[in-house]
Design a protein around this ligand. Structure first.
Ligand code: HDE
Length: 703
C-alpha cells in the first residue's frame, strides 16, 4: 500500500490524497477514502475493480456477464457524434453583448431596446473545409457564429469572417462543399482548397470570383480569431413596433484590429502548433485579456436598395463602407471558456432561422436555403428533435410549448393538457402582441427556377476588392492564387482560372499566368456583364490600411542563453506588458537559464518547441558564448531566419550577431532590425512593433 499527494505544476489544482493498492498483477488501484467519491456505473452501482475484466481464472476468457466492462466500453464506443458537415473544426467561448443605445426606431427586438443592457452569448469560431481534427491555419473562410440568449428567445447570427459567399443560390451549396472537401476517390487533400476539384468547380462558377479574391487574400489566414472581422453576409431586416422595416447588414469589428499571418508562416504554424487559434483564444481568456468586437450595422431602406449598383439580395456582393457607413451599436466580450468542450462547443446548434421578434429575413436565396438546412443538420448531428434540451442550446428566457417526448427528452410536461386550444386552463397561449410576426412584404410572381438578372455581374466587385488592396496585399493574392493553381494537375483548370482573373484585373491575370508558366495567355472568360472599372477603391477592404497601430494582445518570443542580461530582460518584460502584450521565453532547455544577476529565468519553450512563427516579434537576448552554442542548431537558425523572412521586428544584443549571420540575416538589413545595446532601444523596439510587420522587407526576401 502507498499514499501519494500530488500538486499540478502551476500549483493550482491539488489531487486528493489517495490510497493506492497494488493488485496481484502489479497494477495500481486508486481506492476511495475520506471525501473521495466512490466510483459507480452509470446506473449508480458501486465499482470495486476498474482495472480488470471479469474472467474465468486470472488467465482465462472474459465473461459477458461483466456488466461494468460492457457498459464502460459501450459508452466509449458511442462517444462520438457526427462532426459538422462543414465548419467541423471550431472553438467557442461564452461572453456578453452590451447594447450601446436604444434602436427602437428600427427594431422592436428586445436586445436592442435598453442602453447598457447585457445579453449572454456563446460564440463559435471555425474553419469550413477541414475535419474536426484538422489544423487551425488552413487557408479558409472562418465561421463567426454568435448565439445571443435574448429575453425573447435565441438569436443566432451565423456569420463568417468574409462578407460574401461562393454561390448565389443555396441549391449549389453541396456542390461547392463537395468540391473543396477531400476528393472522394483518394480522400485527400485535407483542409485545403489547393486541388483540382475545387478549382475545377470554381473555374466553372463565375459567381464565385468575388469570394475567391477574399479567400486568396490574407483574410483567409488570420493571426487570431481575436483579430478578424465577422459578417452576417446576407441582407436582413429590422422591424420596429410600427411594423416598419429597415434593411440591415451586420458587421463585427475586432477591438484589437485586424491581423493576418504570411502564407509561409501559416504552413509552419500548422506543424508547430496545429491548435494555434484555439490556444490563442484559450490563453487570452484565461489570462483575463477578454477579446472584444463591436457590432456595426449598415442600415438602408428600399430606395437605397433600388438605387445601389448591385442587388442587395445577392450574397456575392457587399455594400462598401464608404458608400454606407456602418454604425456601432454594441460590443461583444468573450470572458469565459466552456467547462466542457463537447457539451458546449461541439453540441452547440446554430440556426439562421433563430431570430427574435424585430429581426427578419430578406429574400436572399442563400439565406432562405440556410433557414431550411440548419434545423435539418441538427437532427443528424445531435440525433434527437430534443437538441434544445441540451443546456447550451436552451433559451435562457422562459419558454413554454406543447412539444413532447422523443429521444432523450429531458424536459417532460406535467399535467393533462398537451394540446391547445384546451379548456383545462392549462398550458401556454399565443400572443399576437408579443409574438414573432413576419414582415408582411408583398410577394407575387410565377413559380420559376431563375437567377435574377440583377445578380449577373460577377467581376466588378472582385476587381474593386483587388484594387482596394495595398501592393503587399495584392502580391499576397497573386502568390496565393499561384500556389493553389500550381497544385492543380490539370492545366485546363489553371487556364480557365487565369481567363477569369483577366476579367478581374489584367495585371492580376498576367502575373498569375506568368508565375504559373502559362506561355500563351487565354482569352478573358466570357462575361455575362462586362467588368466595371468605375468602382473606386474601398480602403476599408484592406487589412494593412486599417492596422490597429497597437501591439496590444500580441506576443514577443525572447530567445535567451545562460547568463543573459537580467536587467535587459526585466526592461523588455515591463515594456512588452505595458503594451498589453505577452512575453514568452525560449531557451535551449525548457528548465530555463540562470541570468547575469544569478536569478533564474524560467523558459516557456525549448527552441524546437517555440519557433518564431508562434510570435509577432522576437528578441535575441544572448551572450557571446550563448550565441556560439546556438549557431550549430538548425532550429535556432530557423528561429531567426523565419522571423526575418516573415517581416517581423527583431531586437537583439550585439552578441547575437554570429547566430544571425549563420541564419543569413544581416543585423543591419533594415529598420526592423533593432540592436538592444543603446539606451532607449527597448522603447524603439516596442514603438516599431505597433506596426506589427515590416512589410517593406518582403520584396527583398525570397521565401
Ligand atoms: Fe453554413 N452550415 N451553410 N454558412 N455555416 C452549417 O450547420 C449551409 C453559409 C456557417 O459554429 C451547418 O450546424 C448552407 C454562409 C457557420 O456550429 C449546415 C449554406 C455562411 C457554420 C450549413 C450555408 C455560413 C455553418 C453545418 C448555403 C456565412 C458553423 C453544421 C445556403 C454567412 C456554425 C451546422 C457552428 C454551419 C448549411 C452557407 C456560416 C449544414 C445550406 C453563407 C459559421 O446547416
Amino acid at each position: 500500500m502507498a499514499k501519494t499527494s500530488m500538486r499540478s505544476p502551476d500549483g493550482r489544482a491539488t489531487i486528493h490524497d489517495q490510497r493506492l493498492e497494488r493488485g496481484q498483477g502489479g497494477e495500481l488501484h486508486q481506492v476511495a477514502e475520506g471525501d473521495v467519491p466512490v466510483m459507480t456505473t452509470a446506473q449508480g452501482g458501486p465499482v470495486a475493480d476498474d482495472q480488470n475484466t471479469l474472467k474465468v481464472g486470472a488467465r482465462g476468457p472474459t465473461l459477458i456477464e461483466d456488466f461494468h466492462f460492457r457498459e464502460k466500453i459501450f459508452h466509449f464506443d458511442h462517444e462520438r457524434i457526427p462532426e459538422r458537415v462543414v465548419h467541423a473544426r471550431g472553438y467557442g467561448a461564452h461572453g456578453f453583448f452590451e447594447t450601446y443605445e436604444s434602436l427602437a426606431a428600427y427594431t422592436r427586438a428586445d436586445i436592442f431596446q435598453r442602453p447598457g443592457e447585457r445579453t449572454p452569448v456563446f460564440v463559435r469560431f471555425s474553419t469550413v473545409a477541414g475535419s474536426k481534427g484538422s489544423f487551425d491555419l488552413a487557408r479558409d473562410v472562418r465561421g463567426f457564429a454568435v448565439k445571443f440568449y435574448t429575453k425573447e428567445g435565441n438569436w443566432d447570427l451565423v456569420g463568417n469572417n468574409i462578407p460574401v459567399f461562393f454561390i448565389q443560390d443555396a441549391i449549389k451549396f453541396p456542390d461547392v462543399i463537395h468540391s473543396v472537401k477531400p476528393e472522394p476517390d483518394r480522400a485527400f487533400p485535407q483542409a485545403q482548397s489547393a486541388h483540382d476539384n475545387f478549382w475545377d468547380f470554381i473555374s466553372l462558377t463565375p459567381e464565385s470570383m468575388h469570394m475567391i479574391m477574399w479567400v486568396m487574400s490574407d483574410r483567409a489566414i488570420p493571426r487570431s480569431f481575436r483579430f478578424m472581422q465577422g459578417f452576417g453576409v446576407h441582407t436582413f431586416r429590422l422591424v420596429n413596433a410600427k411594423d416598419e422595416s429597415t434593411f440591415v447588414k451586420f458587421i463585427w469589428k475586432p477591438k484589437l484590429g485586424m491581423q493576418s499571418v504570411a502564407w509561409n508562416e501559416a504552413v509552419k504554424i500548422n506543424g508547430a502548433d496545429p491548435d494555434y487559434h484555439r490556444r490563442d483564444l484559450w490563453e487570452a481568456i484565461q489570462s483575463g485579456n477578454f477579446p472584444e468586437w463591436e457590432l456595426n450595422l449598415q442600415l438602408f431602406d428600399q430606395d437605397f436598395a433600388d438605387s445601389f449598383d448591385f442587388d442587395v439580395l445577392d450574397p456575392t456582393k457587399i455594400i462598401p463602407e464608404e458608400v454606407l457607413e456602418p454604425i456601432p451599436v454594441g460590443r461583444l466580450v468573450l470572458d469565459r471558456m466552456p467547462d466542457n468542450f463537447f457539451a458546449e462547443t461541439e453540441q452547440v446548434a446554430f440556426m439562421t432561422q433563430n431570430v427574435p421578434p424585430g429581426i427578419d429575413f430578406s429574400n436572399d436565396p442563400l439565406l432562405q436555403g440556410r433557414n431550411f438546412s440548419y434545423l435539418d443538420t441538427q437532427l443528424k448531428r445531435l440525433g434527437s428533435p430534443n437538441f434544445t434540451h441540451i443546456p447550451i442550446n436552451a433559451p435562457k428566457c422562459p419558454f413554454h410549448h406543447f412539444q413532447q417526448d422523443g429521444h432523450m427528452a429531458m424536459r417532460n410536461p406535467v399535467g393533462r393538457a398537451n394540446y391547445q386550444p384546451n379548456s383545462w386552463g392549462e398550458g401556454p397561449r399565443e400572443s399576437p402582441l408579443h409574438g414573432f410576426s413576419t414582415f408582411a412584404n408583398p410577394e407575387e410572381g410565377p413559380k420559376v427556377r431563375l437567377r435574377a438578372e440583377s445578380f449577373a455581374d460577377h467581376y466588378s466587385q472582385a476587381r474593386q476588392f483587388f484594387i482596394s488592396q495595398t501592393d503587399v496585399e495584392q502580391r499576397h493574392i497573386i502568390m496565393a492564387l499561384t500556389f493553389e493553381l500550381s497544385k492543380c494537375e490539370n492545366p485546363a483548370i489553371r487556364e480557365r482560372m487565369v481567363a477569369h482573373l483577366l476579367n478581374i484585373d489584367e495585371t492580376l491575370g498576367k502575373a498569375v499566368a506568368d508565375r504559373l508558366g502559362i506561355a500563351e495567355l487565354p482569352e478573358p472568360a466570357d462575361a455575362a456583364v462586362q467588368t466595371r472599372d468605375d468602382l473606386p477603391p474601398s480602403p476599408a477592404l484592406s487589412i494593412l490600411e486599417n492596422g490597429p497601430g497597437s501591439f496590444e494582445g500580441r506576443k514577443v518570443g525572447v530567445l535567451v542563453s545562460e547568463q543573459a542580461d537580467a536587467s535587459l530582460l526585466k526592461e523588455l518584460q515591463a515594456a512588452i506588458e505595458a503594451e498589453g502584450a505577452v512575453m514568452e521565453v525560449i531557451a535551449a532547455k525548457v528548465g530555463g537559464v540562470e541570468a547575469s544577476d544569478g536569478s533564474w529565468i524560467a523558459a516557456r519553450h525549448m527552441i524546437d518547441g517555440g519557433p518564431s512563427v508562434l510570435f509577432d516579434a522576437v528578441a535575441l537576448v544572448l551572450t557571446g558564448p550563448g550565441a556560439e552554442r546556438l549557431v550549430n542548431e538548425a532550429t535556432a537558425r530557423d528561429f531567426v531566419a523565419d522571423a526575418f523572412a516573415h517581416c517581423k521586428f527583431i531586437a537583439f544584443t550585439t552578441e547575437a550577431t554570429p547566430l544571425m549571420e549563420m541564419a543569413g540575416v544581416d543585423p543591419e538589413a533594415d529598420e526592423g532590425m533593432i540592436p538592444l545595446d543603446d539606451g532607449g532601444a527597448v522603447a524603439e523596439f516596442m514603438q516599431a512593433c505597433r506596426e506589427l510587420r515590416l512589410w517593406s522587407r518582403e520584396g527583398s526576401v525570397k521565401l
